[in-house]
Design a protein around this ligand. Sequence first.
Ligand SMILES: Cc1cc2nc3c(=O)[nH]c(=O)nc-3n(C[C@H](O)[C@H](O)[C@H](O)COP(=O)(O)OP(=O)(O)OC[C@H]3O[C@@H](n4cnc5c(N)ncnc54)[C@H](O)[C@@H]3O)c2cc1C
Length: 476
Amino acid sequence: MSIESSATAGATSSVPLRAESLRGLCGGAVQLPGDPGYDEARMPWNVAVDQRPAAVAYPANADEVGEVVRAAAAAGLRVAPQGTGHNAGPLGDLSDAVLLRTSAMTGVEVDAERRVARVGAGVLWLDVVEAAATHGLAVLHGSSPDVGVVGYSLGGGVGWYARQLGMATNSVVGVDLVLGDGTRLRADADTNPDVFWAVRGGGGSFGIVTSMELRLFDIASAYAGMLLWDQMHAEKVLRTWADWAVDAPDCVTTSFRMLNLPPMPELPEFLRGRQLVVIDGAVLAEDDRAQEVLADLRALQPEMDTFARVPAASLVRLHMDPEGPTPGVSASTLLAGLPEPAIESFLALTGRGSGSTLLAAELRQLGGALGRPAEGAGALPMLDGRFILFGVAIAATPELAARGHADATALVDALAPYSSGRDYLNFAETKVDVSASYRAETWRRLTGVRSAVDPAGVLKANHEVPRLYENGLPTS
Ligand SMILES: Cc1cc2nc3c(=O)[nH]c(=O)nc-3n(C[C@H](O)[C@H](O)[C@H](O)COP(=O)(O)OP(=O)(O)OC[C@H]3O[C@@H](n4cnc5c(N)ncnc54)[C@H](O)[C@@H]3O)c2cc1C
């Protein structure tokens, strides 16, 4: 029976009444609207997103995940797995869905010999970065310590080692899942290879990941840091970086940002209330070689230069991303290149005198290993583009959210002529056409896998892969 027909079967009772059937599951860790803990439980990391699910469940293990999924489906409700809620925006209306928070599924095991880390569904990057570092090893984490390992890795994962080692998703070596019918499934290169292919870059539409295994790399330190200028130098710095970024060797991965920082006392003095240009990143090379690679950027005489040999674990905080609940609005796309008119538009919309409300207008350097299909890759073998464009504003009030959203969208619209035509879904924080992020044959295969593993359409994902449709109707 599909979720539509079970919902119809249960349509005589209201959603709140049906959601009552979940009460008592997960040892009582279920919150329903009106419960004293509901408002805290429904809050995502991006607190600008007002999610109001039919229930919030906190399973502690795969058995409890199965119980929640079966109870929800029987009640005609869908299930939306969520780690942190960094990408809560695109989930949309959750009034007929159970929000399945994975934060109680913790645990990091490092097998230094096999070079594999096994993490629970609720593990954050900081935890696995630190556990791996005690063995002189590193994972393909991103720029934020409190992003969830699983959500990040299902969607792609572009971090400081990405141009050398590719996306995190292609470093996944296995997952344990609970499917939309509550059954469990192992997926790796030898077991259920179709599902293993789909989850690596296809997102959370195929099953609820209860644990994930990731490859570890022999990286104990890197030559990393940031270069910082006042925004009056933005034009010169951006032109140089944009040229340099395209031909730079694979061993370096950087980001360019225009930062408009509020005069907040929490910020260090060198950042507080300033309009800055920052290039940060990491080089996986010996010091001499790293200095050679960065020479053109350093020749621009930054006001501050912190590049030096540092422990690999420190890279998880290099970007100074906000930690803890934060209200944000953003827009993004993948750019095929940064020709002169694109640079001019970027500067006009984000630089001094632009009146931009964006906290950051960021360009992440792609290419290198990200621009070539990874060996044995999943559904996202590479990223079609030379740069990720990302504009983000703090949405502390509805007015600031509206202005920030308008400025971020205007930036992406202005650079649309230079887009590769694809989005990078981890950075897409609103609803987008998910199919446009994949090649046509990949999309067809993804919808086929979804149809096979979740024929009733129980699972709800931020960037959902639908089931196969024929003649406008689901085939299930
Ligand atoms: C401050 C900040 C910094 C970031 N830095 C980077 C970066 O450096 N590089 C990069 O590539 N991305 C980055 N991102 C984007 C980030 O990768 C996405 O927001 C990602 O979706 C976050 O995963 P999460 O689990 O924390 O978020 P969530 O919102 O909890 O999850 C996102 C989606 O993942 C799926 N999902 C999560 N857990 C499970 C599960 N157990 N089973 C099945 N599906 C699941 C669901 O579909 C869910 O809707 C950043 C985002 C922010 C806000």
